[in-house]
Design a protein around this ligand. Structure first.
Ligand SMILES: Nc1ncnc2c1ncn2[C@@H]1O[C@H](COP(=O)(O)OP(=O)(O)OP(=O)(O)O)[C@@H](O)[C@H]1O
Length: 381
């Protein structure tokens, strides 16, 4: 069975920022899905929405089916259990996620005591096993976060994420703050754990190369939407959407002297999520935009075997896709592209707000899937 099925996920922050707009994703056990996109495209919001870790007042619509159960309509007690035993998140910057005044062992033990109803001795034993599993001596349980290196802290975060044997790990920029050697070690550790335990992995990064190296599949996000998806390595090497292509060219490539010294940048900034451009939201920055792109929105459509892209130039598995690939040498011209497909759905339905959810302490708004209490820490039980 599919481990995670996300259907038409919409997230709008208080104030009107539509950070996630109609995202569909699916993930099987043992699969590794990368979510790529530049800063502000909605990657972290998507991750937080999967476990309802968004601030109070955030509107969230759609479905997040974890093992067939919709996280967005669960009672809060169930959501808290799911956050550890169903799926857990490893955030970037472990120093900010760990509590500075508690020993790391106690922090790892907390969810085990709470959700596994373990005895103190049982939790201690499990903490030791977890630390050793992520490559740290069990004795490091007595360390405070500041006594560990950045890489060790990130290993502690991974141990904590595994504390209640989740089926899905969501890793949000897990290696961004680390040097390249430690980054590689942490990525290999995550891969190893996912393979050993047949977990699902969602890894979020702005770095397409890291995702291509680690993940099976990739979803490229722009302005809150998935604009391209498919096998990770194929997208990295031969993106079909002009944005995916720009993203893959933004990093120097080993073995490609031209890109090493002159990685291509993408002019302009991502749009304000409170005022997303009409038509295809990428059109103001797109080097191959047609006049119609300012008007016609695009939906994901087939762009090769197991690939989809939301671009007017991708007219199916054939001409349009290869035309974008041709742009790698010297940049594509609009004339080189395939025939435009039909316009996609214009605009997005506003997020629905229906009552659900059990009562929780604090100022939680009991609207459909809307958010946890602002006071509830991300790693809270
Ligand atoms: N609590 C919030 N209230 C209002 N807007 C928010 C909030 N959190 C994020 N946003 C906005 O939502 C959009 C998406 O943010 P998000 O953090 O999900 O992007 P991201 O792709 O993860 O970026 P980064 O890689 O920099 O973390 C941004 O425009 C951001 O300013």
């Amino acid at each position: 069975m599919t481990l995670l099925e996300v259907r038409n996920l919409e997230v709008t922050y208080p104030g009107g920022a539509a950070a996630v707009r109609g995202v569909d994703l699916s993930l099987a056990a043992g699969q590794k899905l990368g979510i790529a996109g530049e800063s502000g495209c909605g990657k972290s919001t998507l991750a937080l929405a999967l476990l309802r870790l968004l601030p109070a007042g955030t509107r969230i619509g759609g479905e997040v089916l974890l093992d067939g159960e919709d996280v967005l309509t669960m009672k809060w007690g169930r959501v808290r259990a799911v956050r550890w035993a169903g799926a857990s998140i490893v955030f970037q910057g472990a120093m900010h996620s760990l509590n500075a005044v508690h020993r790391v062992g106690d922090q790892i033990a907390e969810p085990i005591l709470l959700h596994r109803k373990a005895t103190a001795a049982g939790a201690k034993r499990k903490v030791g096993e977890l630390l050793e599993h992520v490559g740290l001596p069990a004795a490091r349980a007595s360390a405070y976060p500041h006594e560990l290196s950045g890489g060790q802290r990130q290993r502690v975060m991974i141990a904590m994420a595994l504390a209640c044997d989740p089926r899905l790990i969501i890793a949000d920029e897990p290696t961004t703050a680390l040097d390249v050697m430690i980054q590689a070690q942490i990525l290999r550790l995550i891969e190893q754990l996912v393979a050993e335990q047949d977990l699902g992995l969602i890894m979020i990064s702005h770095d397409l190369a890291v995702l291509a190296d680690t993940c099976d599949r990739l979803a490229v996000m722009y302005a809150g939407r998935v604009v391209e998806e498919g096998p990770a390595r194929e997208i990295y090497e031969d993106a079909r959407h002009p944005y995916g292509k720009a993203l893959s060219e933004a990093f120097p490539r080993i073995g490609d002297p031209a890109s090493r010294f002159a990685p291509r940048g993408l002019p302009g900034d991502p749009p304000d999520p409170a005022a997303v451009p009409s038509g295809c939201s990428f059109h103001p920055r797109c080097p191959v935009a047609l006049e119609s792109c300012a008007v016609d929105d695009q939906v994901l459509r087939e762009a090769g075997a197991e690939r989809r892209a939301a671009c007017v130039h991708v007219a199916g598995a054939g001409a349009g896709a290869s035309a974008i690939a041709a742009g790698a040498d010297g940049g594509p011209t609009t004339a080189a592209y395939g025939v435009a497909g039909p316009a996609g759905t214009a605009g997005d339905p506003p997020p629905t707000a229906q009552d659900t959810g059990g009562p929780v302490a604090g100022s939680v708004e009991e609207t459909r899937g809307s958010a946890t209490s602002a006071g509830e820490p991300r790693s809270a039980s």
